[in-house]
Design a protein around this ligand. Structure first.
Ligand SMILES: [Fe+2]
Ligand SMILES: [Fe+2]
Length: 141
């Protein structure tokens, strides 16, 4: 069973960002599957690296698009992204230092953060885009 299940309510209506959100869900679920199957850290660490790289790439792209659209909430959105990276990085460093398997705390933290951020902050820009970004490629489910 997926750790984080995609639901249509997560769509923000901008295809490139929806695709990246789906990729983050898939990466997190792959990592969760590996951890719960008891796979060795030599398997799980590359998966967490992939997830963190995809997360960073997504944040950069999302912020670029929001800047292009002139989204007024960009600065606080950027701060939230930075905070997630900082906290996830701190989890990773702690567990890597102990050379222990990845903690379920990190998986739960990422699941809860993604789900909450998508439904609140990402949906706030989605709503703004629908109202202000006429002419842009905006797809609403
Ligand atoms: Fe975001
Ligand atoms: Fe996002």
């Amino acid at each position: 069973m997926d750790h984080l299940t995609w639901n249509d309510k997560y769509f923000v209506g901008l295809k490139v960002l929806d695709d990246q959100h789906l990729e983050l869900f898939a990466n997190l679920n792959r990592l969760h599957q590996a951890v719960t199957s008891g796979l060795d850290p030599s398997v799980t660490w590359p998966l967490i690296s992939t997830l963190m790289e995809a997360t960073r790439r997504h944040f950069v792209r999302e912020e670029e698009i929001l800047a292009e659209l002139g989204y007024p909430g960009l600065e606080s959105h950027h701060t939230q992204h930075l905070e997630l990276i900082r906290r996830a990085q701190s989890y990773c460093t702690r567990y890597r230092c102990r050379e222990s398997p990845l903690s379920p705390h990190l998986l739960n933290f990422l699941r809860d953060w993604f789900a909450h951020h998508l439904q609140t902050s990402d949906h706030a820009y989605a709503t703004w885009c629908k109202e202000h970004a006429q002419g842009q490629e905006v797809r609403v489910p």
